[in-house]
Design a protein around this ligand. Structure first.
Ligand code: FRU
Length: 461
């Protein structure tokens, strides 16, 4: 696979045009949201994503598909899942992947609008729709038969105990220790976020195994991800409506330690929720195991407007994936350090170069001290009240309604070790080896780099 700092077109022998992305998987044109079906399968990473292929805004959902050898060079493979049945004619919502006897099982939420908006059939009239859960079986991760290999596995909930008929979605499926299957769904009941648990012996026939509701799950819990890391269970999810300050993105992604019995599906919260990313643009992250068995996370970076002019000639695009991050327990906390495949790319000292002005990815490492302000292309960082604080007002095009400043919780110290990755539209700050991560979408970074950096590196040309 070709490497490089920039996206480019690659003409395959038979003449097919393939789009590649480096570091961040971006919309191949038009709209991208959640990562879906993230899996290391038959020696390659597969990352599917929520995609509206006609405009850079949300509409009838498809699953786009990209593959990678290393989580940093991504090759777009076109659309894998699309509406084809009465039950999913209005959208193939988020879900996950598992390998079963060499085949790839893709679980997703199938959407059927009560009524289409006559002026835009890609939206529901009055936002009313029904959700069921469905599966596509791919024999190889290359072919996806949306007609004959697609089936509904759970119907639209018919009673409140079975879930909300509209807001029950985003199946995360995994193999239990004994090889049988578990599924967790996000749902809502009387305005309180819920988790629904299902069990299956074969991945095809499912029975309900329990439910759990708590205000910590927001009004609806989107994209739940439940996994056992070093013997301790973690719930990752995107509870809706947890920041209520009138700004965009009231929905955020959190993690919490939980108690979960995989046999009975008995579930309890064990601690307070914490943010996955303190920049508040990251949403709907999904995890899988990498080639070394490490838990790795990728999240959707929400973009308030499209990027109109792409160097590689792609259509206006909106939305991209974060850098891959590991998920690790340290000192009773989850850390999210950048994946080593990312750091391995930054081998070129950038002293004397102007990587930002040349639109090259740059990595900045150093210790930020109280009283200093660093300037990364117009994006500012400083410490205040023991917290890392950032401000993107100069590089956000004056877009109204979005958070421009962000801060981590208090660190209990007046310095912080930072590892910052910057590309044209994204600044990702890893603090204290991943203790906190703070990422921001940006527009129009200038070439300035001012700060007490120990090391400035870029990728090989
Ligand atoms: C989260 C989400 C999911 C849903 C999908 C629809 O961003 O709302 O809950 O499945 O996006 O695109």
């Amino acid at each position: 696979m070709a490497a490089g700092a920039r996206v480019f077109w690659c003409i395959r022998k038979e003449g097919t045009v393939l789009l590649h992305d480096f570091l961040h998987l971006k919309a191949p044109g038009h709209w991208i949201n959640d990562p879906n079906g993230f899996i290391y399968y038959k020696g390659r990473y597969h990352l599917f994503y929520q995609h509206f292929p006609y405009l850079p805004r949300w509409g009838t959902m498809h699953w786009g598909h990209a593959v990678s050898d290393d989580l940093v060079h991504w090759e777009h493979r076109g659309i894998a899942l699309y509406p084809s049945k009465a039950y999913d004619r209005n959208g193939v919502f988020s879900g996950s992947a598992v390998e079963v006897d060499g085949a790839l099982y893709l679980y997703y939420t199938a959407i059927r609008y009560d009524e289409e908006n006559p002026d835009n059939i890609h939206r529901a009239l009055d936002n009313r729709f029904k959700a069921s859960q469905a599966l596509v079986i791919s024999p190889d991760g290359v072919t996806f038969d949306n007609l004959d290999a697609k089936r509904q596995v759970l119907p639209v909930p018919a009673a409140p105990e079975a879930g909300d008929p509209q807001n029950t979605r985003d199946p995360k499926v995994w193999r239990a220790a004994d090889g049988s299957f578990r599924m967790v769904l996000g749902s809502t009941r009387e305005g309180v976020g819920q988790l629904l648990f299902y069990r299956s012996a074969d991945g095809l026939t499912w029975t309900c195994a329990g439910r759990f509701g708590d205000p910590a799950l927001g009004t609806t819990l989107e994209c739940p991800d439940l996994f056992c890391l070093d013997g301790r269970w973690v719930l990752l999810g995107s509870p809706m409506g947890i920041t209520a300050d009138g700004l965009q993105y009231p929905d955020q992604s959190t993690w919490m330690p939980v108690d979960f019995d995989e046999t009975t599906c008995r579930f309890a919260l064990q601690g307070a929720p914490a943010m996955v990313d303190w920049g508040l643009d990251l949403y709907a992250p999904q995890t899988t195991l990498d080639e070394a068995g490490r838990r790795v996370l990728i999240g959707w970076m929400r973009m308030p407007r499209p990027v109109e002019e792409a160097a590689d000639g792609r259509a206006p695009w909106r939305g991209m994936m974060s850098l891959p991050r590991l998920v690790e327990w340290r000192d009773g906390q989850l850390y999210f350090p950048v994946h080593p495949h990312v750091t391995a790319c930054f081998t070129q000292p950038a002293e004397g170069l102007a990587p930002l002005a040349e639109h090259k990815p740059v990595r900045l490492q150093g210790t930020l001290r109280s009283g200093q302000t660093w300037n990364v292309g117009g994006y500012r960082l400083w410490m205040e009240d023991g917290c890392l604080c950032t401000d993107r007002s100069a590089v956000f095009d004056g877009l109204p309604g979005y958070r421009l400043t962000a801060r981590t919780p208090a660190l209990g110290q007046d310095t912080c070790d930072l590892d910052i990755f910057v590309t044209d539209h994204l600044v990702e700050i890893f603090l204290g080896g991943g203790r906190y991560v703070l990422s921001h979408v940006v527009f129009g970074l200038d070439g300035t780099l001012e700060g007490d950096f120990n090391t400035v590196t870029t990728v090989r040309a």
